[in-house]
Ligand binder design. Structure first.
Ligand code: GLY
Length: 387
């Protein structure tokens, strides 16, 4: 195979929303930037519902991650306005808020605990009775026992976001190699680029590994540098709300039903996204009858009227899970190699802040303060020995 050389300041491996935003922000800072991906704008964001759920997806022990999630949520309005101005594309950002509801006494107790945790963290959320929930969202099941109204958790359309990021990258002069990275090139104990599947030798002063769930298995990365990222499967359904049924839901509605999360995300254009399963099944992306059944069954318990809607799409994607559910950002233990991966359930939410943080790391060599807890080094053997 002929090997074509190509050189840049930064090579980003992976053209999902995290890789794209990193490339865009790096190029805006004057770095000659390239992205390697056979299908830029693909990845987990093609499946994701796009909830910006910093408050309703808060978990015990994740208060540090909450800070980064909130920082990114705050940036969203300016971020989408900048993208719209540069590309002319609307990414479907909708400041609609979220309603998390309980269907039985166990769910209600769980939601009360979440409410208490949110209050301890100083977050705005309001407890509503079942009747108040149904007044807000009349399509909810009569059995809803109460809920949390969170007006600050919004949504964006991840497919439109990815398409706009591709366009923004192109405008900023980012070069796209429409080919997968097969092996990291390491010379003189430093990352120097990557060999791509089409034979291109993509040389770069700095490399960013932003390949989502696949980041943990790129050939050529030393074993003690490979990020501990694993695939966590999510199956997601798309339905369509015919104009006669609109407005079906006015905000994101979610619940935990028998221990599983289910959410319904209504877009302004009539799409209704129902997600998501969470399955540790390796690289499997099969849409299963069981997954679709469970999502429809749980969504139907919340909003019985969904059975009337056309089902337009079923898909599965892979979240990049990390050991502490938080992203790995910035310089790795291998000089010249940065990580931007492990965003798990929050990739779309964390897109704006990741772009800013990675551009800073690529231009100064260090992470800004807000991202220091998420250093890519925190799982490296040397760091763990001294911890
Ligand atoms: N943040 C939603 C999900 O990962 O399913």
């Amino acid at each position: 195979m002929s090997r074509t050389p190509s050189t840049s300041d930064v090579l980003v491996i992976g053209g999902g929303v995290i890789g794209l935003v990193t490339a865009w922000r790096a190029a805006q800072r004057g770095l000659r930037t390239a992205v390697a991906d056979p299908e830029p704008g693909g990845g987990a964001a093609r499946v994701a519902a796009g909830m910006l759920a910093a408050v309703t997806e808060l978990h015990y022990g994740e208060e540090t991650l909450l800070g980064l999630n909130l920082a990114s949520a705050r940036r969203y309005p300016d971020f989408v306005a900048e993208l719209a101005e540069i590309t002319g594309q609307d990414v479907g950002y909708r400041a609609c808020g979220t309603l998390a509801v309980a269907l039985d006494a166990d769910d209600r107790a769980h939601l009360r605990e979440l409410h208490a945790l949110q209050a301890r963290c100083g977050l705005a959320s309001e407890w509503l009775t079942g009747r108040e929930c149904r007044r807000l969202e009349p399509m909810l099941a009569p059995g809803v026992r109460g809920g949390l109204r969170v007006d600050g958790d919004h949504q964006v359309d991840p497919r439109r976001l990815a398409a706009a990021l591709v366009a923004a990258c192109e405008r900023a002069g980012v070069v796209f190699h429409r080919s997968a990275a097969e092996r990291l090139t390491v010379a003189g104990d430093r990352a120097r680029g990557a060999l791509l599947a089409d034979g291109t030798e993509a040389a770069a002063d700095q490399v960013v590994l932003a390949a989502g769930s696949r980041s943990g298995r790129l050939a050529g990365v030393p074993a003690d540098v490979l990020p501990p990222v694993r695939p966590v499967k999510g199956q997601v359904l798309r339905l369509r709300v015919p104009p006669a049924y609109a407005p079906f839901l006015s905000r994101t509605v979610r619940a935990v039903v028998r221990g599983s999360h289910v959410y319904l995300v209504p877009r302004a254009d009539g799409e209704l996204v129902v997600g998501a399963t969470s399955e540790e099944l390796g690289w499997d992306t099969t849409v299963t009858a069981g997954g679709v059944y469970e999502l429809l069954r749980d969504a139907h318990e919340l909003v019985p009227g969904i059975t009337e809607l056309p089902l337009t799409e079923t898909r599965a994607g892979l979240r990049p899970g990390s050991p502490d559910n938080a992203p790995l950002l910035g310089p790795s233990a291998l000089p010249g190699l940065h990580l931007a991966t492990g965003h798990y359930r929050n990739g779309v939410l964390l897109t704006p802040v990741t772009g800013d943080v990675m551009a800073e790391a690529l231009t100064t060599g260090t992470l800004p303060d807000e991202a220091r807890p998420f250093t890519a080094l925190r799982f490296s053997p040397a760091h763990l020995e001294h911890a």
